[in-house]
Design a protein around this ligand. Structure first.
Ligand SMILES: Cc1ncc(COP(=O)(O)O)c(C=O)c1O
Length: 437
């Protein structure tokens, strides 16, 4: 077999030179397992990139993709339609919070975010509040890589080389290990951090702000959970100042927290939700923005009869093959009860297993909710901020895929995970952690 050439592929969010000097190549995936080139099995404790929620290699989805590609592979979605797009949108809104019953399709989480920001701007203009053009995000927030997303995002390396072209400011993040270390579920302390929104409203003026965008829990920022009451408080302040609230649920959606959406789990209804990843079990790229009735209707009504109401969309919005994958994914989620599985017995097992890694020395925090969790490590001074990546590399060698973020190991296993598989993850991590000095 010829040697793999790695030069041409410029890899995303990867230290290319380091990777190419020792490539880690995955060849197959089934259930919660990945198979590396050479045959070694690795447990996928991150569901890919927080997205293969029903586990890998689901035949039903693969069959639906194949059948759709043979029946209608593609047709224009500007001024023409296909039934599947309409059927799929109707089916999706069976799972969204009440009132979020319009769906705008894109291909990626980043596109869903840009779409939601644009809808917010157009809505403000359509209702005569055109001065509201800026956004409030949050430190440690991740909203994809497009220009709007990096502006509202709060992870410095993602915007440092590119600037923040969309006007935005940021709430303080809610990670408070001093007060909340080893929380099980939502942290007790920090509801008052939502008041930071009042500070930003005072500073900029409510009449300048179109929307607030946050993830219900920050994923790529290191699994940062909302303190008890925090999201409710944020909603109340948004209402007080007439600001839209967008939940970016690209990670927290589709069963991760134990409900279809974090909005439902945490009992706070935003005005829009962005969704991607698990929406198709990551088999075919597709994203969606779920939009509240009044926002949709205001934009519709503001446009002249017969005119395009929203000058936005993608060649592949509602791509038929992606919709077919999404429908088959919903079949699985609904039939197997996966959207609520992470609220039951398995979540408690996950919580106890992760917290059994508290060792009083290397581990300075364990945090979890549903089927997501993070283990925060005490980093040696010279590796501070990048220790997670180093230990995640060791975990890979030990046979478990985790995501190293800052000094934390983050995990979000497929929702089909069984107890013995959780045991296997934790055993492997325990042996890795025991080697840290
Ligand atoms: C909350 C959130 N929003 C947006 C995105 C961007 O999604 P994509 O990588 O599909 O563009 C991500 C990706 O991890 C995410 O976690």
């Amino acid at each position: 077999m010829s040697e793999l050439q790695t030069n041409a592929f410029w890899m995303p969010f990867t230290p290319n030179r380091a990777f190419k000097s020792a490539p880690r190549i995955v060849e197959r995936a089934e259930g919660i397992y990945l198979t590396e080139k050479g045959g070694r099995q690795i447990i996928d404790a991150t569901a890919g990139l927080w997205c293969s929620n029903a586990g890998h290699g689901r035949t039903e989805i693969a069959d639906a993709i194949y059948k759709q590609a043979k029946t209608l592979d593609y047709s224009s979605i500007f001024n023409f339609g296909h039934e599947l797009g309409f059927e799929y949108a109707e089916r999706l809104i069976q799972h969204t919070p009440d009132g979020l019953n319009h769906v705008f399709f894109g291909n990626s989480g980043s596109e869903a975010v840009e779409t939601a920001l644009k809808i917010a701007l157009q809505y403000q203009r359509a209702r005569g509040k055109g001065t509201r053009t800026m956004f409030i995000g949050r430190e440690k927030g991740y909203h994809g890589v497009n220009f709007g997303g990096i502006s509202v995002g709060g992870i410095a390396p993602n915007y440092q080389s590119f600037g923040q072209p969309v006007k935005a400011n940021h709430l303080r993040h809610t990670l408070d290990i001093k007060r909340n270390a080893f929380s099980r579920g939502l942290p007790q302390h920090g509801v008052e951090l939502a008041e930071d929104l009042e500070r930003l409203v005072n500073f900029h003026g409510a009449d300048q702000i179109a929307a607030v965008i946050v993830e219900p829990f920050a994923g790529a920022g290191g699994v940062v959970l909302p303190p008890k009451g925090y999201l409710q408080r944020l909603r109340a302040i948004c209402d007080k100042h007439d600001l839209l609230l967008i939940f970016d649920e690209v990670i927290s959606g589709w069963g991760r927290t134990g409900s279809a959406f974090g909005a439902i789990e945490f009992g706070v209804t935003p005005d829009m939700i962005t969704s991607a990843k698990g929406i198709t079990n990551a088999t075919v790229p597709l994203s969606a923005v779920f939009v509240q009735e009044e926002i949709h209707n205001t934009i519709m009504d503001a446009a002249a009869e017969g005119m395009v109401e929203f000058f936005h969309g993608y060649t592949y919005s509602a791509h038929p093959v992606a919709c077919a994958a999404g429908m088959a994914t919903l079949d699985i989620y609904e039939r197997e009860g996966l959207l609520t599985r992470a609220s039951g017995d398995i979540a408690k097992y996950w919580e106890d297993a992760l917290h059994s890694l508290e060792d009083g020395h290397n581990v300075i925090d364990v945090r979890n909710y549903g089927l997501v969790g993070a283990i925060e490590l005490r980093a040696p001074e010279k590796l501070s901020g990048k220790f997670g990546a180093k230990v995640s590399g060791m975990a890979w060698e030990a046979g478990v895929m985790t995501r190293g973020i800052g000094d934390a190991l983050c995990m979000s296993p497929p929702l089909v995970i069984e107890k013995h598989e959780i045991d296997a993850i934790v055993d492997k991590l325990r042996s890795v952690l025991s080697t840290l000095s």
